[in-house]
Write a protein that binds this ligand. Structure first.
Ligand SMILES: [Zn+2]
Ligand SMILES: [Zn+2]
Length: 338
């Protein structure tokens, strides 16, 4: 199991993040934001295999590339496209879908499920291509538990709403489930013969007192799990953009607790610390604040993105140095060639 990430777009231009969770059995692609030109470097097959599109917010630089995404996926035959976003996402997406001429759609496949976070509640609606997206079919409301928007056995997607000037920007985190493995030494010590039963004991869904047949004996499943299994934490990656929080506030503390121990933090780095007033006015972080947040959260690594185009390439390098002064394991993505 692993999570791979590709930062899309160039320095000073719109950026987006494509994460691929590889469960060993299947690949799951999750796109965070969709600014202008961000999909240009992806193959059509990659764009068409994105399962989740997670919007932070709907400022133009995060949504300008959506038409390209939609064009490749509007009639996807193999299951719905799932879109997540802040309040009003259903309305924003519905308007977008309907802003084309539809007259050849009647027999087209294609379904879109749009979910928006309103406080601690998730509201969703389903749109159908064959209906020309005319109707938003409302889905049952769900409550957000432990920040989890979506989960399947191998991974989950979490969310946290952060302040961005007068609106909210959603931050996301993908967390792989713990990896359960058979410990070869423990198996050897047990004297039991390997067989199909080994796979059965790794399934966490079992009843108290359940027994299992191994080598002609009936053994406690719980005891076998305790004796033979080891678990290690899965990987995690967080995506935070267009937000402004200050140290020694509740919001900062909440973000630190949530991000604590995350392997990789992909985060905006819009402004130099000398432009603090500009950052405050526009609801963004400075480089120094980003570095402090990473250090306080004890994340593994930081990848910086969403750099202001007001700066030169040399000044972008200074932004990186400012972050590194607080948190040394920060970098730009390799293909930016810094
Ligand atoms: Zn932005
Ligand atoms: Zn913004």
């Amino acid at each position: 199991m692993s999570i791979r990430e590709i930062l899309l777009g160039n320095p000073g231009a719109d950026n987006a993040l494509l994460a691929t969770v590889d469960t060993g059995q299947s690949l799951h692609r999750i796109l965070f934001d969709c600014g202008e030109g961000c999909l240009n470097s992806l193959k059509q097959s990659e764009i068409q295999s994105i399962e989740h599109l997670c919007f932070s917010h709907f400022h133009m630089d995060h949504v300008s590339g959506f038409d390209t995404f939609f064009r490749h996926n509007y009639n996807r035959p193999d299951g719905p496209v799932q879109v997540w976003g802040p309040e009003h996402s259903v309305e924003v997406m519905g308007n977008r879908f309907r802003s084309f001429t539809w007259n050849l759609h009647k027999n087209q496949p294609g379904e879109w499920i749009i979910c928006e976070l309103r406080g601690e509640a998730i509201h969703g609606s389903r749109f159908r291509t064959r209906e020309a997206f005319a109707e938003a079919h409302e889905l049952p409301q769900k409550s957000l538990e432990r920040r989890t928007l979506f989960s399947r056995p191998e991974f989950r997607i979490e969310v946290m709403a952060l302040p961005h000037h007068t609106i909210q920007s959603l931050a996301y985190r993908i967390v792989e489930s713990d990896r359960i493995k058979i410990c070869p030494d423990a198996l050897k010590r047990s004297g039991l013969n390997p067989g199909k039963w080994l796979q059965e004991i790794t399934i966490s869904d079992y009843e108290e007192g359940q027994m299992i047949e191994v080598d002609g004996q009936s053994l406690s499943l719980k005891k076998l799990r305790e004796d033979l299994l080891t678990s290690s934490a899965g990987q995690s990656i967080a995506y935070l953009t267009d937000f402004c929080i200050e140290k020694d506030t509740d919001a900062w503390q909440e973000a630190v607790e949530w991000l604590s121990g995350t392997d990789k933090l992909v985060v905006e780095c819009q402004y130099h610390s000398r432009d603090q007033s500009l950052a405050d006015r526009n609801g963004h972080m400075t480089a120094t604040a980003v570095g402090r947040l990473a250090a306080d959260s004890k994340v593994g690594q930081v990848m910086l993105m969403h750099l202001s185009r007001r700066y030169s390439r040399e000044e972008w390098a200074e932004l990186l140095a400012e972050v590194q002064a607080e948190f040394p394991r920060a970098a730009f993505t390799n293909h930016w060639n810094f």
